[in-house]
Write a protein that binds this ligand. Structure first.
Ligand SMILES: NC(=O)c1ccc[n+]([C@@H]2O[C@H](COP(=O)([O-])OP(=O)(O)OC[C@H]3O[C@@H](n4cnc5c(N)ncnc54)[C@H](OP(=O)(O)O)[C@@H]3O)[C@@H](O)[C@H]2O)c1
Length: 342
């Protein structure tokens, strides 16, 4: 079978498709022939050597797949064979085959294409953790979704609209029309204007009750300042570290710079200001698979009722993975980029 190998950290040429022996499931595993595999910002950071959670190179990345179960281990019910499924993997998903434990596999809703199905797990589970499980977003509240036009951004928008909250979102201006169509109440062009000033204008200087921030560095300070009383800041990424580098020492320098600019939060100040801060890292929730299963059930129910609307912007083959990385880094995607296995 073929897999996409991140041979070392660096630019797009470090990504190579390599042939390896077919996989065999262990007694408690399912073998999935992969049809589509979600590409995530973590894969970009890993390629550049900016992702502390990533495996050592050479490695195969890929947190999520869709495909068909073709073989199962002796402890797994044979009725799985032939089923179309969605799988969450701890890497190795960008390949023709993956083996997964049963609790990492969900039946694919028939209404979804394989590409749409592969774009659900990371984006919607992260969004659910941010807005529902930890953010506690309420109907009468307002939320600022940073990077609203990305995969996680659009998933958050679906959830916030479902809750009924008022939505603000930062995104490149050319993405605003699409975001409005998807229901975003107030798009903010954060690349040409100061989003803080814009948000304050829009909210009569009050700010919002919830901000989800994947930018990191000193952006977290600004987001904290923009909270209204009872407001919460959910931190979940450091995409500012990715600007200005394609790998190597420069990438490490940008990462350190981003970490040094992060805020420190003081308990007494949180108390006096009636504010809360929290972090989300989906990759550190593997030991809580029961929670993920509950969230996934709510999300897949949302597919059936129609409020979960995964949006695939563009697909690339495994061989085109470098172009796919470039496409995301050039900020051309609205929603998800997916690798298809042909
Ligand atoms: N903690 C977790 O568990 C978790 C899980 C998933 C994702 N994340 C994080 O969430 C963030 C978004 O992930 P995603 O999968 O939604 O990404 P995505 O689909 O690639 O979208 C990211 C969007 O962010 C904007 N952006 C900001 N800084 C950027 C940069 N340096 N390079 C390229 N685009 C940049 C771009 O929108 P504009 O054109 O509008 O600027 C881009 O379209 C990333 O930081 C990722 O690491 C965290």
């Amino acid at each position: 079978m073929r897999q996409l190998v991140y041979t070392k950290t660096g630019s797009y040429d470090v990504l190579q498709v390599q042939e390896v022996p077919d996989l065999t499931p262990n007694k408690d595993e399912l073998l999935i022939q992969v049809k589509a595999s979600g590409l995530n910002f973590a894969d970009i950071l890993a390629r550049k050597g900016q992702y502390p959670d990533g495996p050592k190179t050479p490695c195969v990345m890929g947190y999520e797949v869709s495909g068909i179960v073709t073989e199962v281990g002796s402890e797994i019910d044979k009725s799985w064979i032939g089923k179309e499924v969605i799988g969450l993997c701890r890497f190795k998903g960008q390949a023709e085959q993956v083996v997964l434990k049963e609790k990492q596999v969900y039946e694919k809703p028939a209404s979804l294409s394989f590409e749409e199905a592969a774009s659900i797990p990371v984006t919607y589970l992260t969004a659910w953790a941010l807005l529902v499980a930890m953010g506690g977003l309420q109907k009468e509240e307002s939320v600022l979704i940073h990077n609203a036009g990305g995969g996680v951004g659009l998933a958050q928008l679906d959830i916030a609209k479902h809750i009924g909250a008022t939505t603000y979102g930062t995104a490149s201006e050319r993405k605003h029309g699409f975001l409005k169509e998807r229901g975003l109440d107030h798009p903010i062009d954060y690349r040409n204007k100061d989003w803080y000033d814009e948000l304050m204008k829009l909210t009569g200087k009050r700010g919002v009750e919830l901000i989800t921030d994947p930018l990191g560095g000193d952006e977290w300070k600004k987001s904290y300042r923009a909270l209204r009383a009872t407001g919460r800041l959910g931190m979940f990424g450091i995409s500012v570290a990715s600007i200005n580098s394609s790998g190597g020492l420069r990438a490490k320098y940008e990462l350190i710079k981003t970490v040094l600019k992060m805020p420190t939060f003081k308990p007494l100040s949180l108390l006096d200001k009636n504010r809360g801060v929290y972090g989300v890292n989906l990759g550190h929730l593997w030991h809580e698979s029961d929670k993920a299963a509950l969230w996934m059930k709510a999300i897949l129910d949302g597919v059936e009722t129609g409020w979960v609307r995964p949006h695939v912007d563009k697909t690339f083959t495994l061989e085109e993975a470098g172009e796919a990385h470039r496409y995301i880094e050039e900020r051309r995607n609205i929603g998800k980029v997916v690798l298809v296995v042909k």
